[in-house]
Structure formats: C-alpha cells, structure tokens
Design a protein around this ligand. Structure first.
Ligand code: AMP
Length: 507
C-alpha cells in the first residue's frame, strides 16, 4: 500500500508482516508502541494534515518538544506528500519569524505554551493551520489524530521529491534551508543500516533531539529500516541511559554524551552487552575515545556528516576505529580534498577543503539559487566548508571549519593543531583556539582553555607547554582560562561566540 511513496515505502518495508514487533519504548510513560500502532498513528497524522489542506510539496513546520507524536508527524508528513521542517526548540519567536517567512509552511505545529505568541507571526507568514503537541503528547494535533481512522493511502512521491527541509545552524550568516529528497534520506539510512549492521534484534537508545539530522534521520530512519526498536528519551539522562544499556544494543550520541557517561558510576558493567556506540555532530576528543575504550572495552565509532549531506564518512564497523579520525567515505560517497583557491584536488595528506558527492547530498538551498551555486558544483560535488585531509591509510581527518582557519601575519594556522597540543598538557580538559583581530598580525592566535576540575593551570603554563612544539606564529598570543566552552544543543563548540567575546582583546 505504501509503494507509491518513495520514502514511506522504504521506512515501512522491514516491518511489513511484523506489526506486533516493538518499535519504540517511551521512556516517559514506559509504554511500548508496536510497528502496527506507530504506522497506524502516522497514517492518522497524514489524514489530519490532508484534512487541514496540505497538498503535495507543502511544508509542515514543527517546533515542539521531542515526543512520539512528533515522530508520527514526521512519517505522516512524508505520507501526505508534505515536506517536514523541524526547528530547534531553542529558537525564539523572532528567529521563528525568519524561518516561517522563508519557508512559508502551510501548517505549523508548536508547543501549546507558545501558541499565543507564535500565532500572529505564523498568520502573517501565511500559515493556515496551527496545531499543538505538548511534552506529555496532549494537544490539538494528537486530539485530531485520535479522531481519525488509520488506512490513509500514502500520496505518491518520487525519488527526487522533497521529503524535508532542515535549516543549517547559521553560524556564518543566515540559516539556509537544505532541501532533502526522498532518495537522499532513504539511501543514506539504508547505507548506514548495512554499514553498522543494524538488524531486527537491535535496541537503540534514542536520546538525541529530533529537529536535527542525527536524531531524526540517522537514529530514527535506521531503526525503522532495520525493523529494530528504540528506547525513546526526551533528552539526555546519564543515569537512565546506564539503566537501559543492559537491555539495549546501540547508542548514538554527540561527544558530550560520552564525556558525561564517563563521569557516571557503573558504566563498565552497564556497557557489557552493548554492541555499538556511535559519535558524531562534533569532534570526539581522542582522550574521550581512549578512556571510553579503557573503561568499557568498546571503541566508539566516529562518523562525519552534516545537514546538507546526511552522513559522509564512518570509521569501520569491522576494523580499526581510529581516534581523531572520521573513518572512510561511506559506500557510494566520493570524497576529495581540494585547494580552496583553485578547487584542484590536493595530494593525499595535504590539508584542504572537503568536497563530497553521492546520493546522500541535498538538492540545494531553499530559495537561494546563488548560495546553492556557490557551494554545490555543477558536477555534483558539495563544498562542505570543512577543512581536512586523507591520511596514508585512507582515514579522513577533520581539522576544523574553513571559517575557523586563522591567518596571522599571512600564515595559516589550523586551530586543531594547536588544540591537540594544548589538550595534551597536564591539567587540561579541552581547549578552543580562535583568531582574534590584531593590529599588527591581522589576526592573532588565542587559546581558550578549560582546566581539569580542581587543577590549578595558568596561562603561562599553557604558553610554555606548547612553545617547544609549535612554530612561533602558531603559538597563542594570549591564553584565557575558563570553566567551560560555549556549546550548542548538538554539543558543537560555538567559536563564533568566543570570537565575539574576545573580539576586543588586542584593540
Ligand atoms: P550540522 O549540519 O549541524 O550537522 O553540522 C555539520 C558540521 O558538524 C560539519 O560540517 C562538521 O563541521 C561538524 N561535524 C560533524 N561530525 C563531525 C565529526 N565527527 N568530527 C568533527 N566535526 C564534525
């Protein structure tokens, strides 16, 4: 029955004939939802959207707490032929005004607590229906869902039709809406399911947000496509995750999950029966990788992806998972490192801009043909903006975002090189190295350093500690000691915030 809808058919395939198998265990309520129940609810969601006037290609914007109903809405939107557009729950009303104005969705789904403040903005942007879901799954959307019958026949959609738009985090300028097709989402999840060997027997601990590619597509689509099940948590909770590990097989997390789990009691015993720990969305410190291996016996599998491309590379499932690397290009994905000025492919080992091509790559930025043309080459390669290299064994290393590159006195400094040395000094937990405007050098290298708890580390010790290993121009001109680095909800260090904070250091 789902065959006509490209993505819906692929999400449903593994569970056909297995309606009684568990899909999701709701951490909040303890309730277990079967595949049959989940897809029946998704069909009802599709019926609600269609009754609300949704036509194929219309956007459904969602800013709501992470709930099972939101997952049903995602699959229901796809079935109804719509384009799912999840928004970070941290965005303010002013930020939402930009997204709604840009994407002009037909339907907005929000937390009931925000309905009154968002309604005038949404109406002004042409939204015709505002529906709600609260963190306890109550709201006008779930009420309407429950008044519908299952059996909605998915609207025909082809491989190239849009299934979702995800906005980039926009640290360099305006957020851009990455247009993701049915085929891009389906093919990437299929590849990852096979590469990471997910089967029906897997139980994934799902604690990532579902407004982002990691939790929404990687975690959810893989579970569905494998006919596996997940333990669905509204957010990260170290003790609860440790409690679930003995009944689970896999965890997908951002690096901060692993740092925090290492601080909790009982990790070694809890992790014994797990088969896979995946990390991504931000760099995993080598130290975390090594400590995790020492404590649990498991090597965390680090992968690299982004909103525009889904996942590009992964450390091997069978084979050496190397700390500080993001592994190899996934099957079907081509990856090259190019010269930022000429676009020519660089020799193996040289640092340059990472470009990728494959069925995973997005179709362009929503209503931004010029931005699309700047970043997506005609031959299909996407210029990721990440700087990296391919080492002699073929492993890909990310050394930072292009915009994070520091140019001081005409010399390039890759922050990662300095950060790795600083992080290795005694008493240092982590660091972020940024470029700050400097009257003589254009930019100067500044190290922002987080000491280990209780460690008495001084700026002078950091400067002395790295001076023997780094060319003069790479050495920090200033060291700041702080308690913590600013991070976004996906655990990424916000270097733009640090650059703003320390902008006036030398002027
Ligand atoms: P987003 O679009 O929010 O998923 O952010 C994508 C960006 O996160 C990439 O372009 C990288 O800069 C960064 N990123 C993702 N995974 C990794 C990783 N494993 N190591 C280093 N950076 C990563």
């Amino acid at each position: 029955m789902y065959d006509a809808n490209y993505l819906a058919a692929r999400l449903r395939n593994a569970s056909v004939g297995a309606d009684d198998s568990p899909f999701l265990r709701n951490h909040q309520t303890g309730e277990v939802v079967t595949y049959g129940q989940f897809f029946a609810n998704a069909e009802k969601m599709a019926a609600v959207l269609t009754a609300a006037g949704l036509t194929p290609g219309d956007r459904v914007a969602v800013q709501a707490p992470k709930t099972q109903a939101m997952l049903e809405l995602y699959v229901g939107t796809v079935m109804a032929g719509g384009v799912f557009l999840p928004l970070n729950t941290a965005y303010t009303a002013t930020e939402l005004e930009y997204f709604l104005g840009d994407a002009t969705p037909r339907v907005l789904v929000c937390d009931p607590a925000r309905q009154d403040s968002l309604a005038p903005i949404a109406r002004a942007c042409g939204v015709s229906e505002i529906l709600t879901i609260a963190s306890d799954e109550t709201g006008s959307l779930t009420d309407r869902r429950d008044a519908q019958s299952p059996g909605f026949p998915p609207v025909p959609r082809a491989a190239d039709d849009l299934a979702a738009i995800l906005y980039t985090s926009g640290t360099t300028g305006r957020s851009k809406g990455a247009m993701l097709t049915h085929a891009a989402l389906a093919s990437n999840s299929q590849t990852l399911k096979e590469y990471w060997q997910f089967t029906r027997d897997d139980v994934l601990i799902h604690a990532l947000p579902i407004f982002h590619t990691h939790g929404l597509f990687v975690a959810t689509n893989i579970t569905l496509m494998a006919g596996a099940s997940c333990i669905f948590m509204a957010g990260f909770d170290a003790d609860a995750i440790l409690g679930y590990m003995p009944q689970a097989t896999a965890l997908m997390g951002v690096p901060t999950f692993y740092v925090r789990l290492l601080e909790a009691d009982g990790l070694a015993e809890a992790a014994q029966n797990m088969r896979l720990f995946v990390s991504g969305s931000a760099p995993l410190l080598s130290e975390t990788h090594e400590t995790w291996r020492a404590v649990t016996g498991h090597a965390i599998l680090e992968r690299y992806g982004m909103t525009e491309t889904n996942m590009n590379t992964s450390n091997p499932y069978d084979g050496d998972r190397r700390a500080g690397t993001v592994g190899f290009p996934l099957p079907g994905v081509e990856l090259k490192v190019t010269d930022p000025d000429t676009g020519k492919t660089l020799p193996q080992g040289d640092i340059g801009v990472i470009e990728v091509r494959g069925p995973n790559v997005f179709a362009g930025y929503w209503q931004m043909p010029e931005k699309t043309a700047e970043e997506l080459r005609e031959d299909g390669f996407f210029i990721t903006g990440d700087l990296g290299k391919i080492d002699e064994d073929g492993y890909v290393h990310i050394v930072g975002r292009g915009k994070d590159l520091i140019i001081t006195g005409g010399y390039n400094v890759y922050p990662k090189e300095v950060e790795l040395l600083v992080d290795d000094l005694p008493g240092v937990t982590e660091s972020a190295v940024i470029g700050v405007a400097h009257p003589d050098f254009g930019e100067a290298v500044v190290a922002v350093v987080v000491p280990d708890k209780g460690a008495d580390v001084t700026a002078g010790q950091i400067s002395d500690g790295v001076s023997g290993d780094l060319a003069r121009f790479k050495q920090p001109k200033h060291v700041v000691i702080v308690d913590a680095l600013p991070r976004n909800t996906m655990g990424k260090v916000q270097k733009n915030v640090l650059r703003d904070t320390y902008a006036g250091l030398f002027t």
